[in-house]
Design a protein around this ligand. Sequence first.
Ligand SMILES: CC(C)=CCC/C(C)=C(/C)COP(=O)(O)OP(=O)(O)O
Ligand SMILES: [Mg+2]
Length: 405
Amino acid sequence: MPVDAHAAAASTPHVPGLPAAPPLPIPAPAPVPTPAAAAAVPASGPQPPQTSALERILRGPSGIGTSGLHLEQPKSAPRTGDPIPGLYHHPVPEPDPLRVEQVGLGIKAWAVDEVQLYPPEWEDQFDGFSIGRYMVACHPEAPTVDHVMIAARLMAAENAVDDCYCEDHGGSPVGLGSRLLLAHTALDPLHTTPEYQPVWAESLQADAPRRAYRSAMDYFTRAATPSQSDRFRHDMARLHLGYLAEAAWAETDHVPEVWEYLAMRQFNNFRPCPTITDTVDGYELPADLHALPATQRVIALASNATTIVNDLYSYTKELASPGLHLNLPVVIDSREECGDREGYLKAVEVHNDLMHAFEAEALALAAACPAPPLLRFLRGVAAWVDGNHHWHQTNTFRYSLPDFW
Ligand SMILES: CC(C)=CCC/C(C)=C(/C)COP(=O)(O)OP(=O)(O)O
Ligand SMILES: [Mg+2]
């Protein structure tokens, strides 16, 4: 089913203070090709009740999860799969199992048959990552499985680049800039002379990260408007800049100050995932609304909160990995010399403050600029935040909590 971004863009109201945007001359996107395993499956099966994320934002801090406002000592240690005690979050229902299975089959078929993403010995880790559960939880409003697949392929590709270029599947800080730049051309193509174009095109097949980026981007751009694709390329350039700063510090065993770490993590960040929510849901947040400083702030706060969630849930995994792996608890402990438990609990508070700021700023933006695609986008970002927490909390294959309670 083609994503009807054109119709959504055409009905966008004028934003006070901004010149009216001319109608966008967007050609109707081609249908998204469907992997055999997930062929043209519409949304079906029982849909768990979803609390409107924006409703919760509009309700303010008296909503679900505000018991996490203060870091109270829990009566007992969390059990496997429990949320981090005191972490401000919104519980969501378990994602629709039928859709999870369909996306899971589709992403595996794509990974194995279309891009040869991983060798057989990494299959357990690919399966344990549970991309299907992750993406269905994060995109509850996606109209079809094919729409969720757009996000799932990008998620798989982004993790392949992180694992194979930067981290524990052969990655290294040495030479990372070159690898990232060449992979970035799978998203933002090289335009050069006929002599050099073919050898560049050939290079996009040279390794799994580049094959995955190229293919996932191809599916994405067929569903997205040019403006949405450009937004995504920009967010991916931000991500790659963040990887490079992290690598530069790793090369010299440098532990940054806390604010410096937070700046790096704002770029080495989940941001490219929530910002495609409009494409995945089948409409467009027009570029002028996306570019508003207030929208940019909401996106950054939400994305930063989701990324600190990763730092907290992956803390024990990263402690067990070789070398010093930076995350917010580790950097706070190191720089503020407060001990590992205090560092962790302070990182929870930083996360909670980011979440509250995100929700307050989203509420203010929604009130100041109630354009329907912007409200829908804010709902989509909030849903991504909640789904991301749910996946981290419940992915006990990858993550376990420290013994701090
Ligand atoms: C955009 C995207 C999904 C990139 C993956 C890497 C990233 C920016 C994260 C926020 C994941 O963090 P991390 O590399 O620490 O992941 P694990 O802790 O290993 O799960
Ligand atoms: Mg992590």
